[in-house]
Design a protein around this ligand. Structure first.
Ligand code: MRU
Length: 362
């Protein structure tokens, strides 16, 4: 018997995104896990910079924040020209997460046909609809995904050992998260869960995941990225769940670099590998993974480690001289054949059958 309501209530401990008058307040994720600092963003440039610098990060949150960025940009000028500037500026911030373009597309479709005088209120309202919709979506992904963890319990009646990568928890969304939503749902049901959290060099988003899980009381262990293979080989993982930044029509899925290696090792050792992603992450216009743009964030992030000092300042410690060659593809593509299922707000799907779940999607 299913113990959980379809939409369990998950309240973010600190809102990742909230309206504050003519501005928004976001959580500065570059300060975590040592400092919980909110930032007020009141201009288009400030919103764009926050996304580009990854103060705001995670595919669904990037999209919702960009939607509010459009509203902010229209604050004193609701002309077509200003709308164009807002859409273009925000679209250029990061290339891989399609949620950004999904949200901007929604804003444009809503605002462009309106007379200029009606655009500002409509922009704030549409952005809020996107934000609230993402929270609902996360709850639904949690409700569907928890069945995978319940199945492990039914089979083995004990601890469920999940591996994840990067951060696809509440910090990356406006709700409970995507990959972590089933984990939080299971934890709420009293299912014993342990999460393997890979640190996710070079930006170490895994440390954000560890922070989230610690705050929520979910047992977890941080591992070096390269430790994933040995854990999978030793049979210490029941299932892998990660988020995604863009899922192509054939199910190929782009996510934080390192995801692909986990999927390969999971396949080798017979461990199910799931992607948790909402419709806003699915790009039906993109036929397969080769068409997904992969962000290159430049060598500096690889040559150094970023941390937060006791005074809260973000600091970089050099690992190698500036002259050492370095490459930094920020995402990789896991081919659909390595993916057991894609968990969406409408249920879990074989990666090649996403269209069946969303027949109406453009
Ligand atoms: O570069 P980031 O930190 O924005 O990348 C985030 C990820 O890769 C997440 O796994 C993905 O956006 C899913 S978030 C629900």
């Amino acid at each position: 018997m299913r113990l959980m309501p379809t939409h369990p209530i998950f309240t973010q401990p600190v809102p990742t995104l909230a309206r504050d008058g003519d501005a928004i307040v976001v959580l500065d994720q570059t300060r975590l896990p040592f400092r919980t600092e909110q930032r007020r963003l009141a201009t288009l440039a400030a919103v764009a910079t926050a996304i580009q610098s990854m103060e705001v990060r995670g595919a669904p949150l990037i999209g919702a924040t960009a939607a509010f960025g459009v509203a902010i940009a229209l604050g004193s000028d609701t002309s077509d020209a200003q709308l164009d500037i807002a859409l273009k500026t925000l679209a250029a911030t990061r290339p891989t997460a399609v949620n950004l373009h999904w949200a901007l597309g929604r804003m444009e479709a809503r605002l462009r046909p309106l007379p200029a005088s009606a655009r500002l209120d409509a922009a704030w309202a549409e952005a809020e609809t996107i934000r609230a919709g993402d929270a609902e979506t996360c709850a639904a992904i949690g409700a569907h995904g928890v069945a995978l963890l319940e199945a492990v319990v039914a089979r083995r009646n004990g601890l469920v050992r999940v591996m994840t990568h990067c951060n696809a928890g509440w910090l990356a969304t406006c709700g409970a998260g995507t990959a972590l939503a089933p984990v939080y749902a299971a934890h709420a049901l009293g299912i014993a869960v342990h999460v393997w959290v890979s640190e996710t060099r070079p930006r170490n988003q895994g440390l954000l995941t560890a922070w989230e899980l610690r705050e929520a009381g979910v047992p977890h262990s941080v591992i070096a990225d390269n430790a994933a293979g040995i854990l999978l080989a030793r049979g210490e993982v029941d299932l892998v769940i990660t988020g995604a930044d863009r899922v192509a029509a054939n199910g190929d899925s782009a996510n934080k670099v390192g995801t692909y290696l986990k999927a390969l090792a999971a396949r080798e050792h017979g461990v199910p590998f799931h992607i948790a992603a909402p419709l806003s992450t699915i790009d039906f216009a993109c036929p397969d993974g080769t068409a997904i743009p992969i962000e290159d964030r430049g060598p500096a992030e690889v040559r150094s480690v970023q941390g937060v000092a006791a005074d809260g300042s973000v600091q970089n410690v050099a690992l190698v001289p500036d002259t050492t060659g370095a490459a930094n593809p920020a995402f990789d593509v896991t081919p659909a054949r390595l993916i057991t299922s894609i968990i969406t707000e409408r249920g879990a799907s074989h990666p090649g059958r996403l269209r069946d779940l969303f027949p109406e999607a453009p």
